[in-house]
Design a protein around this ligand. Structure first.
Ligand SMILES: *[C@@H]1O[C@H](CO)[C@@H](O)[C@H](O)[C@H]1NC(C)=O
Ligand SMILES: *[C@@H]1O[C@H](CO)[C@@H](O)[C@H](O)[C@H]1NC(C)=O
Ligand SMILES: *[C@@H]1O[C@H](CO)[C@@H](O)[C@H](O)[C@H]1NC(C)=O
Ligand SMILES: *[C@@H]1O[C@H](CO)[C@@H](O)[C@H](O)[C@H]1NC(C)=O
Ligand SMILES: *[C@@H]1O[C@H](CO)[C@@H](O)[C@H](O)[C@H]1NC(C)=O
Ligand SMILES: *[C@@H]1O[C@H](CO)[C@@H](O)[C@H](O)[C@H]1NC(C)=O
Ligand SMILES: *[C@@H]1O[C@H](CO)[C@@H](O)[C@H](O)[C@H]1NC(C)=O
Ligand SMILES: *[C@@H]1O[C@H](CO)[C@@H](O)[C@H](O)[C@H]1NC(C)=O
Ligand SMILES: *[C@@H]1O[C@H](CO)[C@@H](O)[C@H](O)[C@H]1NC(C)=O
Ligand SMILES: *[C@@H]1O[C@H](CO)[C@@H](O)[C@H](O)[C@H]1NC(C)=O
Ligand SMILES: *[C@@H]1O[C@H](CO)[C@@H](O)[C@H](O)[C@H]1NC(C)=O
Ligand SMILES: *[C@@H]1O[C@H](CO)[C@@H](O)[C@H](O)[C@H]1NC(C)=O
Length: 488
């Protein structure tokens, strides 16, 4: 009996050591085969010495006991060539990072069968062909990053089984086809990007099953139909990028029981219709960036928009938004960029706008029907870089900025309105002003002599044509003539 047990152990040991020897030979063979398909690289030549153990080669990590390759990390080395299918013989491989090189050709199918693979990062190469379907059926894979390649074909439409997948980054390839509903099976996904591909069809409602999703980037594709309201019920979701698709229908916000943490919503350049939802404040209280521009949105800006107390960017230009500017906008003290141009907004610029003390961009150009005067307080927001109210129906005097401070103002566009009075001293403190557009108003008097006295003359464009001005260009303009490229 004892003898038998002893024999058994012996057989086991012999078998085991044979398998170790065979295996680490396999790993070395696989690595050398991989190297063979890389154009001669000085770096590899001096760092992968055949007289040293492959476990000490640059970028290779082995398991301490069994001496099997568990990680191959060779990013940022300008390696060129194709990726050898023999890498799929590194059966203990967990991490494969070949990012930021110049590999071309296809991704070996067998890589998706490496049972221990956790991370496959081949971003920023020149890989073509399609994504091995085996990667969509991998029990352990956590990160698939194939961004910035030339992959084409479709994502696998069959059942996905990737319970551990956290990041699927396919940014900037040439993928076609649809987003398969099976994506809903990747329930641990945190970041999903198809940014910059040619994917069409609708956004499947199953995406609502991705309850850990934090970042969804589907911009620059050809997606159609409406935005599934269920997206706004994914509590961890921080950013939704759907810019530049062919999405239509209204933006509907589901008033679920879940608190949305969404900070970024970019849906510009689509064909979204309907109104800006009036419940936006109930649902998306944490928004920092809201971009709805270049759509077919109608209706008014919700009166209570001011409740978006963290908003930094509001882009709603190039829609058919009507009504007046809500006074509550002035309560969003975090607002930096406000673009409501090329729409159908009417009425006065509310006094409260002057409270936006962090504003850099204020653009209401081409609404045609803004009336009344520009609040002087706006001209005292020192962070402002661009003020654009051209092509409206504004009138009365342009506020004098004597005593006010616009140290960052680069562009002031007030042309094509009904401003009257003498061109005042309003640019006296705008030492960074590059573009001053005042054409097509009823401005009178002479061009102020102090224009040429700005401490650092930056002015490049001065547009004062089509005003009943009198007098001549002041001599001091001569000091500017080296920088001014265009006077109209
Ligand atoms: C390969 O296996 C042998 C023993 O079977 C061992 O001595 C060696 O360290 C292993 N690893 C490498 C990288 O050669
Ligand atoms: C990889 O494994 C296959 C099948 O086991 C074998 O035919 C092939 O020679 C191996 N390649 C290398 C480089 O080890
Ligand atoms: C391996 O070979 C290179 C030259 O081919 C030599 O410079 C190096 O010292 C050798 N290393 C070992 C560990 O033998
Ligand atoms: C590739 O380079 C970019 C930018 O330099 C960097 O963010 C990224 O982490 C790199 N990727 C890899 C796999 O090293
Ligand atoms: C990858 O592109 C090359 C030409 O650059 C082509 O010969 C090859 O067939 C393509 N591979 C796949 C899998 O599409
Ligand atoms: C989801 O995964 C399960 C296995 O866990 C599989 O049976 C099912 O077909 C998959 N469904 C889809 C739509 O991928
Ligand atoms: C999504 O979750 C629902 C239940 O919430 C389930 O019925 C459905 O099968 C799931 N779909 C996918 C694709 O996982
Ligand atoms: C997910 O994407 C965000 C950017 O939106 C990034 O900050 C974060 O690090 C990413 N997370 C993972 C796990 O890649
Ligand atoms: C992909 O990235 C390259 C280089 O960064 C860029 O030139 C190209 O325009 C991008 N393509 C798309 C579709 O975003
Ligand atoms: C939209 O994406 C396409 C490529 O998918 C690109 O050619 C086009 O310039 C993009 N348009 C905008 C407005 O970004
Ligand atoms: C959206 O507006 C554009 C131009 O204003 C128009 O051509 C297009 O038909 C509109 N689309 C929808 C779906 O209303
Ligand atoms: C602005 O906020 C103040 C203080 O929270 C509030 O009393 C006021 O009604 C708000 N103004 C508008 C126009 O919403």
């Amino acid at each position: 009996m004892e003898k038998h047990v002893f024999l058994l152990i012996l057989v086991f040991l012999v078998k085991f050591s044979i398998s170790i020897a065979a295996s680490n030979e396999t790993d070395q063979k696989a690595l050398l085969d991989f190297q063979n398909l890389i154009s001669p690289s000085r770096f590899l030549a001096i760092n992968w010495m055949k007289n040293t153990s492959y476990c000490s080669w640059f970028g290779v990590t082995c398991s301490p006991k069994r001496q099997r390759v568990v990680a191959l990390a060779l990013p940022n080395l300008q390696l060129q060539g194709t990726i050898s299918p023999c890498l799929a013989n590194l059966s203990f491989l967990r991490v494969l990072n070949l990012g930021n090189n110049s590999f071309h050709g296809g991704i070996p199918y067998g890589l998706g069968h490496l049972p221990r693979l956790r991370v496959i990062d081949m971003q920023n190469n020149k890989l073509n062909g399609s994504i091995p379907t085996s990667l969509f059926q991998h029990r352990r894979v956590q990160v698939i990053s194939l961004a910035f390649n030339k992959l084409h074909g479709e994502m696998w439409k069959g059942p996905w089984y990737v319970p551990e997948l956290r990041v699927l980054d396919l940014t900037n390839n040439s993928l076609t086809g649809v987003i398969p509903p099976s994506v809903g099976n990747a329930t641990n996904m945190i970041n999903f990007s198809l940014f910059g591909n040619r994917v069409n069809g609708n956004i499947p409602k199953e995406i609502g099953n991705l309850s850990q999703l934090a970042d969804l980037s589907l911009s620059d594709n050809q997606l159609t139909c409406s935005i599934p309201a269920i997206l706004f019920n994914i509590s961890p979701l921080l950013a939704i990028h759907l810019r530049n698709n062919s999405l239509s229908g209204p933006l509907l916000l589901d008033e679920g029981n879940i608190v949305s943490n969404l900070e970024v919503l970019r849906i510009s350049h689509n064909q979204i219709s309907g109104c800006i939802p009036s419940n936006i404040c109930l649902v998306l209280t944490k928004l920092k960036i809201l971009s709805l521009s270049f759509n077919n949105i109608t209706g008014e800006i919700p009166r209570n928009i001011g409740c978006l107390a963290n908003l930094e960017v509001l882009y709603i230009e190039r829609n058919a938004i009507s009504g007046t500017i809500p006074a509550s906008l002035g309560n969003i003290s975090t607002l930096q960029n406000l673009d409501c141009s090329h729409s159908r907004i009417v009425g006065q610029v509310p006094q409260e706008s002057g409270k936006l003390s962090n504003l850099r961009l204020l653009n209401f150009e081409h609404n045609y029907n803004l009336i009344g005067q520009i609040q002087e307080a706006i001209f005292n927001i020192s962070s402002l870089e661009t003020i654009a109210f051209n092509s409206n129906n504004l009138s009365r005097r342009i506020p004098s900025t004597t005593g006010l401070h616009l140290p960052n103002l680069k562009g002031l566009y007030l042309g094509d309105n009904h401003f009257e009075g003498e061109i005042s001293l309003f640019i006296i403190n705008a030492s960074k002003l590059e573009i001053l557009g005042l054409a097509q108003n009823f401005l009178t008097g002479a061009i102020p002599t102090n224009l040429g006295n700005l401490c650092e003359p930056m002015l490049r464009y001065l547009q004062v044509g089509y005003n009943p001005l009198n007098g001549v260009l002041p001599n001091s303009i001569g000091n500017l003539s080296s920088t001014i490229q265009n006077i109209e």
